[in-house]
Design a protein around this ligand. Structure first.
Ligand code: GAP
Length: 442
């Protein structure tokens, strides 16, 4: 049977809406640009992505967790360089009001000023710098003194807490701080579903190292982060590194690599690994007038640590997982995602709605739910029920039939290769655990 990958993001958008992964935000009011809501299955999947990241990061002795506030002192963003430097060049069409990032236009479009949307000749404005931070006010007065920003990255919450964490957790360098949280950017051209949005979630880790050892740690983190995506079930041939050349480097970075995934819209960044040097800690020292130094008791040295950062968008990683899992196999649409990420691990089907089958099914279902997220479906043909679960990535379907009443077994059907196996009900959770352990993307 021929298998095809996802060709058009619109197919995924439609599946996500229909099956309750992701809905357009405020849809009954016509939606709001680039905001999306995670539905019952999407919120489960997102939690699984976050848990995998959190466990990979914090289930080691040298990384601590943090959950900092979204609103921070406005000086933080002056120190970080975001007030002056977090800008995109913006161009407007005077005729149709379309907006573009000047750096996304071709040199010809810039020179001719012809609008790529409505085609009007000479209608584009000169580029002007547009700051991507959302502004709001803290307290009842809407004046400059009350101005605060919604954080455009979670990283700064980590930098300003460097000493709090290091001292309270009694960590020694090298060590890291990991955080998951919302970030906000007033993007000029959001789009491509959840790829680029104005509100998104980041999973960031800052690893504080001795100056001079930064590039060695940088290389290690590059490899570890690539492996995380592969361990999530992403096919390795769909991942690659992209090195930032001089002009592409962010204001804080000495070296930077993106991990890119081949989306239906082409190769795009999913995660950034940056050598941020001592830029941020030194700037916070300067702006807060507080010393931020580490004292190495072994060598009796004092220094401002360097930082290797790994920064992955949770929504974007989730999108790469959905895109990679999506397959069309004849009539069947299937999400072949890593079983550990799947919203439901197992669906239980009584063959028919007969009391004796329901009684045994209810018992097996209750047992399953003690260990796994499970769902129950007793409507329609078994074939239809398989298709419903395939589409949402449920790795196992277990059917209770009449034979099961005598041999206390169920028929387990595998999502990826559609093979079936009789498994004693008492062994079902162990069986699933074993199968999940040896799972490989196909
Ligand atoms: N602290 C460094 C930092 O924020 P970044 O490359 O600007 O670096 C890191 O962002 C990651 O955050 C990106 O690789 C991407 O996955 C995600 N991200 C950034 N902007 C986003 C947006 N507008 N929508 C969704 N995800 C975004």
């Amino acid at each position: 049977m021929s298998t095809t990958d996802l060709k058009d993001m619109a197919e995924l958008v439609s599946l996500c809406k229909r099956r309750g992964f992701i809905f357009p935000s405020s849809e009954i009011y016509g939606g709001i640009g680039s905001c999306w809501d995670y539905g019952p299955l999407g919120s489960e999947l997102k939690l699984n992505v976050k848990n995998r990241w959190w466990n990979a990061m914090t289930n080691r002795d040298d990384i601590e967790g943090l959950d900092a506030a979204i609103l921070m002192h406005p000086r933080v963003w002056e120190a970080s360089g975001h007030v002056d430097g977090f800008v995109d060049p913006l161009v407007d069409c005077k005729k149709c009001r379309a907006r573009f990032r000047a750096d996304h236009l071709t040199p010809e479009q810039i020179d001719s000023k012809n609008c790529p949307t409505c085609g009007t000749k000479g209608s584009l404005t000169e580029p002007r710098q547009f700051n991507l931070m959302f502004k709001t006010h803290m307290g009842p007065m809407e004046d400059t003194a009350s101005l605060v920003y919604l954080r455009p990255e979670t990283a700064q919450g980590i930098f300003v807490n460097f000493e709090n964490v290091q001292q309270s957790a009694r960590q020694k360098i090298p060590f890291g701080i990991a955080q998951i949280g919302k970030a906000f950017r007033n993007e000029i051209t959001p789009g491509n579903f959840i790829f680029r949005t104005r509100e998104f979630e980041q999973m960031e880790m800052q690893y504080f190292v001795k100056p001079g050892s930064d590039m060695e740690h940088f290389e290690q983190w590059k490899a570890m982060r690539h492996k995380w995506h592969v361990d999530n079930g992403i096919r390795p041939n769909k991942l690659r590194f992209h090195e930032h050349a001089g002009t592409e480097l962010a204001h804080y970075a000495r070296a930077a690599f993106d991990i890119q995934y081949e989306f239906p819209i082409g190769w795009q960044e999913v995660e950034g690994i940056h050598n941020r040097t001592d830029f941020d800690l030194k700037r916070h020292q300067e702006f807060s007038k507080k010393k931020i130094e580490y004292f190495d008791e072994a060598t009796r040295e004092k220094y401002v640590p360097f930082v290797v950062e790994t920064s992955v968008g949770c929504d974007r990683a989730l999108l790469s997982i959905l895109c990679d899992a999506y397959r069309l196999e004849g009539e069947r649409t299937v999400l072949k995602m890593h079983p550990e990420l799947a919203p439901y691990k197992v669906a239980l089907f009584p063959l028919m709605k007969k009391p004796e089958l329901i009684e045994f099914s209810d018992k097996v279902y209750a047992d399953l739910k003690r260990t796994f997220r499970a769902t129950y479906d007793d409507s329609g043909s078994i074939g239809k029920r398989y298709r419903r679960q395939d589409e949402i990535g449920t790795p196992f379907c277990a059917t209770v039939d009449y034979d099961g009443l005598t041999d206390q077994s169920v028929t387990v059907r595998d999502r990826d290769n559609m093979t079936q196996e009789r498994v004693p009900a008492a062994r079902l959770t162990d069986y699933m655990r074993d199968q999940m352990k040896i799972w490989k993307p196909s």
